[in-house]
Every structure is written in structure tokens, then in C-alpha cells.
Design a protein around this ligand. Structure first.
Ligand SMILES: *[C@@H]1O[C@H](CO)[C@@H](O)[C@H](O)[C@H]1NC(C)=O
Ligand SMILES: *[C@@H]1O[C@H](CO)[C@@H](O)[C@H](O)[C@H]1NC(C)=O
Ligand SMILES: *[C@@H]1O[C@H](CO)[C@@H](O)[C@H](O)[C@H]1NC(C)=O
Length: 325
């Protein structure tokens, strides 16, 4: 008699406990999955220095995270290395995909493309912005010497050095060496050893392939506004309201960061650079991305070149003949 009573009590207790666990689990999940469809909750922007990335990151991530309800995290690479070892890639991917307290998340950092698929996981939404390679190099060159308006007090590594880009180029200096041009291709090529080999044609091929297959969108610095508009209509969970916000920034904030002084190279330097193999490859990559972006944008606006039309475009399809009724 007593024994049966106890047995019932235990059964009830255990059932209640299991039910409690189930409710806890469901509750945790429901919130997350309702608002953020699976596979759509991580954006990685592996930003490239001197392409307007600070402006872009602030305008679409740090200004919007509260309103749109996502987390923003900076990936700080030790000693400004651009690549991770394979074990570091594993822990990074494991962390990013399982850190539920920090989902949904926007990650940004100066790191080459990491392919999650190699570890048996789906890739997150990758985005990026690139800039005409010579413009980018000039910006970097003068930035090291004169700094920018963003972190004014910070002493830059070449502060006090007045050498112009032309002077540097004439004496074959290190800072203006065309090796310094090999940046955007390796960022997209990723973590293979040949990606960092200056002038490697396989790296260019891989960079193009990744840009097409693994990135949702790659924009250009000169069309940042168009990029923001496209993001708003392709990843609205993160970026709704982004265009309006960007337009509301005053001129100072929209060009948040600019190098204080830039001296354009003379015609002789220019013609030498244009004949350089490394420049030609980086330029080919840039042109390729620029054309891809332009085609996507034109198609999405229905031919108009106005970013604000994107948000108003009616759908070009509808569902019908739906069964069961
Ligand atoms: C990255 O971390 C290092 C070491 O903590 C720090 O000195 C550096 O300022 C950080 N970089 C950025 C861009 O915040
Ligand atoms: C991911 O890394 C952060 C910072 O190092 C740590 O606090 C967090 O617990 C990690 N999350 C997972 C799921 O590994
Ligand atoms: C560099 O610029 C500073 C200030 O503009 C000037 O005083 C200095 O003489 C210049 N140095 C050289 C080597 O031209």
C-alpha cells in the first residue's frame, strides 16, 4: 500500500520534471526561431582596410543593432594577421555557430574568407565592400603618414614622413611597392597557401569564384549607398531601415573616416602602375565585382538607378493554384 503510494508520487514528480525541461527548451527556441529563420542569423563582413569599412560598419551595424535586435562583434586578429590556422578556424566556427546568447550576430573583422562548409557547416551570410585598388593603396599610403579624422591623436606608423607616393615610387620604396597592392584578392581567395602569393593566377580565380558563390553581395566603396539599399531588401532582419538611416547621417558621418591628406600620383607613375601585372590582376578582380554588383542592382531596381526604388519595387512573382483550399 505504502509502496504503491510512493511509486505514484515518484512517477508524478518525474513527469513534472520532464515536462518542465520540455517547456524550458521550447521557450528558449520559440523566441529565436520565430523571429530569425534558421540559417539566416549570422552575417560576416570580413572588412578590408581603407575601403570605407568603418563608415559602413557604423552605419549598418552599430547604429541599427538595437532597433533591429541583433548582436555586433568585432573579430580582432592577433598582430593584424589576415589568416587563421585550421584549428583556429575550427574553434571560430564552433563558437560563432553555437554561441546562442549572441545570436543573431553581425561579425566584422580584418580576416580572409573562412569557408564554414569545409567543416561540414553551412556558411553564414557573407558580405563585403571593395575599392579601386590604386585608390585604396593611395589612401592607405597617406593614412600611414597623416592619419585620418577618426582617431586624431593616434600616432601613425609613418608619422613625420613627408615622402609623396611619386617619390616613393621613383626610388622603389617599400610602402608603394606593388606587393602592397595584393590585398583584395587574398581577402576573397581565403585560407589556401597560394592566396598570399603575390600575382598567383589561381588566387585570382579562387577569389572570383568565392565572391560569386559564397557571398550574398559584394559592393564597391563608390556605391556604398546602393549596397546598403540592396542589403535592406535582401537581409531585412538585420538591415531594415538602413537606407533611411544612412541618408539621415550628415555629410560628416556618411564619410566618417577620411585620410587627412592625399596627393594624387603624376602621369608617369600612373602609366607605370597601369602596366604592372599585380595591379592588372587586382584591377581585373575589382572590375569583375563592380560589374556583378551593377548587374544585380539594375535587375533589382528594374533598370532605374535609384536606390530608393528598391524598397518600393513590387514582387515580380506570386503564388497561385494553392492546394488544399
Ligand atoms: C585589438 O586588440 C589589441 C590587443 O588587445 C588592441 O591593442 C587593438 O587596439 C585592438 N584593435 C582594434 C582595432 O580595436
Ligand atoms: C565563444 O567565445 C566567447 C569569447 O571567448 C566565450 O565567452 C563564449 O563562451 C564562447 N562560446 C562558445 C559556445 O564556445
Ligand atoms: C615635412 O613637413 C613638415 C611640416 O609640413 C615640414 O616642417 C618638414 O620640413 C617637412 N620635411 C621634409 C623632409 O620635407
Amino acid at each position: 500500500m505504502l509502496w504503491t503510494k510512493r511509486k505514484t508520487l515518484y512517477t508524478v514528480l518525474i513527469t513534472v520534471f520532464i515536462l518542465f525541461l520540455c517547456i524550458l527548451k521550447l521557450k528558449g527556441r520559440a523566441n529565436y526561431y520565430l523571429k530569425w529563420p534558421a540559417g539566416n542569423s549570422i552575417v560576416i563582413y570580413n572588412r578590408i582596410p581603407k575601403t570605407g569599412s568603418t563608415t559602413f560598419t557604423n552605419a549598418i551595424a552599430y547604429d541599427l543593432y538595437k532597433e533591429n535586435g541583433f548582436n555586433v562583434l568585432h573579430v580582432n586578429m592577433t598582430k593584424n594577421r589576415q589568416v587563421m590556422s585550421l584549428p583556429d578556424q575550427y574553434t571560430f566556427i564552433n563558437n560563432v555557430t553555437t554561441w546562442t546568447d549572441r545570436l543573431p550576430a553581425f561579425y566584422h573583422g580584418h580576416v580572409a574568407f573562412i569557408d564554414f562548409q569545409r567543416f561540414g557547416v553551412a556558411n553564414p551570410i557573407y558580405i563585403n565592400i571593395i575599392r579601386e585598388p590604386l585608390e585604396r593603396l593611395l589612401s592607405h599610403y597617406y593614412f600611414l603618414r597623416y592619419g585620418d579624422n577618426y582617431r586624431v591623436g593616434l600616432k601613425r606608423s609613418r608619422a613625420g614622413n613627408n615622402e609623396t607616393f611619386d617619390e616613393c615610387y621613383t626610388r622603389s620604396g617599400k610602402d608603394c611597392d606593388m606587393k602592397q597592392m595584393w590585398i583584395q584578392i587574398p581577402y576573397f581567395c581565403g585560407h589556401y597557401h597560394f592566396c598570399g602569393e603575390v600575382g598567383n593566377p589561381e588566387a585570382l580565380r579562387m577569389a572570383k569564384q568565392n565572391a560569386m558563390e559564397k557571398y550574398l553581395l559584394v559592393g564597391t566603396t563608390s556605391r556604398m549607398r546602393d549596397m546598403i539599399a540592396l542589403l535592406e531588401v535582401t537581409v531585412p532582419n538585420f538591415f531594415k531601415g538602413a537606407l533611411q538611416h544612412f541618408d539621415s547621417l550628415d555629410a560628416n558621418r556618411a564619410h566618417l573616416r577620411y585620410t587627412k591628406k592625399k596627393i594624387p600620383p603624376n602621369d608617369q607613375t600612373l602609366s607605370m602602375i597601369r602596366r604592372d601585372e599585380v595591379y592588372k590582376m587586382e584591377r581585373e578582380f575589382y572590375d569583375f565585382i563592380r560589374d556583378l554588383f551593377d548587374a544585380i542592382f539594375k535587375k533589382a531596381t528594374g533598370g532605374s538607378s535609384k536606390a530608393e526604388d528598391l524598397v518600393k519595387m513590387p514582387l515580380q512573382y506570386h503564388f497561385e493554384k494553392i492546394k488544399p483550399l
